[in-house]
Design a protein around this ligand. Structure first.
Ligand code: GDP
Ligand code: MG
Length: 692
């Protein structure tokens, strides 16, 4: 296949609240673009994009695979984004590599809580969007209410392109306001044919009004078109499309379409909108990075003949197949059997194969260029988020912001024989997902697996079992606590050992200061020149660094503190690095004890959606969990509660909420920040926070 010109590539993702119909819509897209020959449905678990076993069982999409299909001579690379906030990093990393997105809404639920979260993330990345109001065939479907919610809740300016024809079960098609036609579908051919006819008599007036509104909206967003509009009093379909494209690319407008993916209605028009309104790789800003050798900032444009610049945005590993790397190429061209440089690990990576992933097959290609998203086989050391670049022209792209994990579970091999296999499997999970951490508990020597939420850990443990065939035992999940200080303090640590004619001696003085929440740890060297020989000064800094990994209350890592090395004293014969490292650690511990140490716990943003009649009970229960209620928002007969919840109080909340609402409540939890544990609870939380 000849290379697709850059302006005919669309790298897009579909963002949606869980259950809005993302999988179904993706399936339909693959079907109509002709790359898939049988319609699968999520309900019987045959959908292609949900290829992992537990996704099928849970009916949710977890991994973001990239799939290529073609529409109107354009290559569409679909990047699957997950719907659950435990997998924020998946959303984050797909937003990094896509240029535009389809925002999917359920016509009944409208703008659901989690759509807001993902919407804000997309806005942060400046991702142009088109909206598709799905499930127009369902009872209670309401296009105009959904549009209204989009402007009220998301603060966006919707540009309505469709009026639904027929409602709920009789939803048949749409009035296309761009070219003023009636487009409709029948059940007998899986909606393959888009029937086009004049606007039915009883819709003419409504359609005229709506088109005028659309024309005015587009004209006021576009100076050139405003003149045309003022002189001709209308805009042609071509002018409307042009104006909509320009406004969408600036994120000034969001074109809104409607349909029912499950009933095969509206999907082709959505594909048209992707081609017409969403950006190609040349419509988006150049990527920025820096030269790892001299820190110089660098900008790379989508030029196939420039120096290779690619981002590995997903690693997929399976014990039965080779490790594969999904990469977006920003600049240059990558050939099979060529070598790319990974600046993080400072290694050359041989690209043995380049694959284009279609819904149901992989196609080997000989090269891939700027703008493309492909799968690479060959890189061994590359992890998620790494840059792959030209061996002769180094660049590191901006790193993804990876949150620290907030919950951990101890895992143990079920037998001595399984130990190595478990070790290997955990390291694969960690390579794939940067929000996964594997560590050793310093007290118990157990392996700890950390992640972003209960569901995240559950899925990881499940994968160990299923994909890797391990029967590892897991303990109870525990929140990841941290420690900090509330005041400043100066203290000295001395390490002294005397033996008969020899010994060890080190003495270090440090100061500790509290920092603002979210600042992390700073280690500062203020030892005056000449006080300590360089080797001992470095040893002292090393001692400080190891001491901040474990606080004094319950041994959790310190955060939001600055530790300053102030000085020390040296014994002419007995001082060495070991003694200074130990003395610095003791100094930090002494200073901590003086600086009112306290415990920090992860605080989550919680959003609970419940039927109005259950509101009282649910609020009462949230209060007992130390949740600060921020607001309650009524929508018809449901209430959306927003609050801030300590994660440690929210374990198994799914089960609690189910019984409080007869299964009708839903909730999301998303990490916000670390905050101090109330003083009367420090002991109890410290005890509960221990992994045993
Ligand atoms: P996802 O969680 O966003 O991937 O949503 P799915 O595609 O899994 O769909 C969730 C449920 O909604 C499934 O039971 C689908 O059959 C159903 N669904 C999807 N699209 C439509 C639609 O257009 N109309 C109706 N009535 N149901 C739909
Ligand atoms: Mg899905």
């Amino acid at each position: 296949m000849p290379a697709v010109p850059l302006d005919r590539i669309r790298n897009i993702g579909i963002m949606a609240h869980i259950d809005a119909g993302k999988t179904t819509t993706t399936e339909r897209i693959l079907y109509y673009t002709g790359k898939k020959h049988k319609l699968g449905t999520v309900d019987d678990g045959t959908a292609d994009m949900d290829w992992m076993a537990q996704e099928r069982e849970r009916g949710i999409t977890i991994t973001s695979a990239a799939t290529t299909c073609f529409w109107r001579d354009h290559a569409l690379n679909l990047i699957d984004t997950p719907g659950h906030v435990d997998f924020t990093i998946e959303v984050e990393r797909s937003l990094r590599v896509l240029d535009g997105a389809i925002a999917l809404f359920c016509a009944v639920g409208g703008v659901q809580p989690q759509s807001e979260t993902v919407w804000r993330q997309a806005s942060r990345y400046g991702v142009p969007r088109v909206a598709f109001v799905n499930k127009m065939d369902r009872t209670g479907a309401n296009m105009s209410r959904t549009v209204q919610m989009m402007s009220e809740r998301l603060g966006t300016t919707p540009a309505v392109l469709h009026l639904p024809v027929g409602s709920e079960r009789d939803f048949r098609g749409v009035i296309d306001l761009i070219d003023s036609t009636h487009k409709h579908w029948t059940d007998d051919d899986d909606g393959v044919t888009v029937h086009i006819s004049p606007i039915p008599e009883d819709y003419v007036e409504q359609a005229d009004d709506a088109r005028r509104q659309l024309v005015e909206l587009v004209a006021t967003e576009d100076e050139g078109l405003l003149e045309v509009y003022l002189s001709t009093d209308t805009l042609t379909p071509e002018e409307l499309r042009l104006g909509l494209r320009r406004a969408t690319l600036r994120c000034a407008l969001v074109p809104v379409l409607c349909g029912a993916a499950l009933r095969n209605r509206g999907v082709q028009l959505l594909l048209d909108a992707v081609v017409d309104y969403l950006p190609s790789p040349i419509d988006v800003p150049a990527v920025i990075g820096h030269n790892p050798d001299d820190e110089r900032p660098l900008v790379r444009r989508p030029d196939p003949s420039g120096p290779l610049t690619a981002l590995a945005f997903k690693i997929a590993a399976d014990p039965n197949v080779e490790k594969v790397v999904y990469a977006r190429i920003y600049t240059g061209t990558l050939q099979t059997q060529s070598v790319a440089w990974n600046p993080r690990v400072r290694k050359r990576e041989r690209i043995s194969r380049i694959l284009r992933v279609h819904a149901n097959r992989r196609e080997a290609i000989s090269e891939a260029s700027a703008g493309d998203i492909v799968m690479l086989v060959g890189p061994k050391a590359t992890a998620t988020g790494d840059t792959l670049c030209s061996p002769s022209d180094h660049i590191v792209l901006e790193a993804m912001s990876v949150p620290d994990p907030v919950i951990a579970v101890a895992v143990e091999p079920s037998s001595e024989r399984e130990k190595d296999e478990l070790e290997a499997a955990l390291s694969i999970l960690q390579d794939e997902d940067p929000t996964v951490r594997v560590s050793l508990d310093p007290d118990t020597g157990q392996r700890l697996l950390s992640g972003m939420g209960e569901l995240h850990l559950e899925i990881l443990l499940d994968r160990l079992k299923r994909e890797f065939g391990l029967t590892a035992r897991a303990g109870q999940p525990q929140v990841a606590l941290k420690e900090t200080v509330q005041t400043n303090a100066i203290a000295t640590g001395r390490y002294e050992r005397r033996f008969e004619d020899t010994g060890l001696f080190g003495e270090v003085t440090v100061r500790i200061d509290p920092l603002r929440r979210g600042s992390g740890v700073e280690i500062v060297d203020r030892v005056p020149d000449g006080v300590l020989p360089n080797a001992l000064r470095l040893a002292a800094l090393k001692g400080i660094e190891s001491a901040v990994n474990a606080g004094t209350i319950a041994g959790h890592p310190l955060v939001d503190v600055r530790v300053t090395a102030l000085g020390g004293s040296v014994h002419e014969k007995l001082s060495n690095e070991i003694a200074f490292e130990a003395a610095a650690s003791i100094a930090v511990r002494n200073a901590l004890a003086e600086a009112s140490p306290t415990l920090l716990e992860p605080i989550m943003h919680v959003q609970v959606t419940v039927p109005t009649e259950a509101l009282g009970k649910v609020l009462g229960d949230l209060n007992s969990r130390r949740v600060q209620i921020v607001g309650v928002d009524s929508q018809d007969d449901t209430e959306v509660i927003d609050g801030e919840a300590p994660l440690s109080e929210m374990f198994r909340y799914t089960t609690a909420l189910r019984s409080l609402t007869q299964g009708r409540g839903t909730h999301t939890l998303e990490f916000r920040r670390y905050d101090a544990v109330p003083s009367h609870l420090v002991d109890e939380i410290a005890r509960r926070g221990r992994l045993s």
